[in-house]
Design a protein around this ligand. Sequence first.
Ligand SMILES: [Zn+2]
Length: 87
Amino acid sequence: MSPPFRREERLGPSEVFKRLVQIASQQETTKFCPHCNQHVRAVRPGTSRLRQLVLTILTLGLWGIGWIVDAFRRPGWRCSVCDRQVG
Ligand SMILES: [Zn+2]
């Protein structure tokens, strides 16, 4: 008899971590789209905060300046229906 949790053992900690990063990088929320005139699913492009944070620490805060600039330039939430920017 094989233990029932054997399949889960194959999923190593690094694979679990990769999945968590993937989920965290793609953000979703519900916003009102004036173009569609309804509440729609809004998505934000993947920004790995963890990677940015690691780079900020490695460059002793220098990367943080670029991170802020990048955050301002990056388009915010987009409507998943018409692909226009929503509030
Ligand atoms: Zn829309």
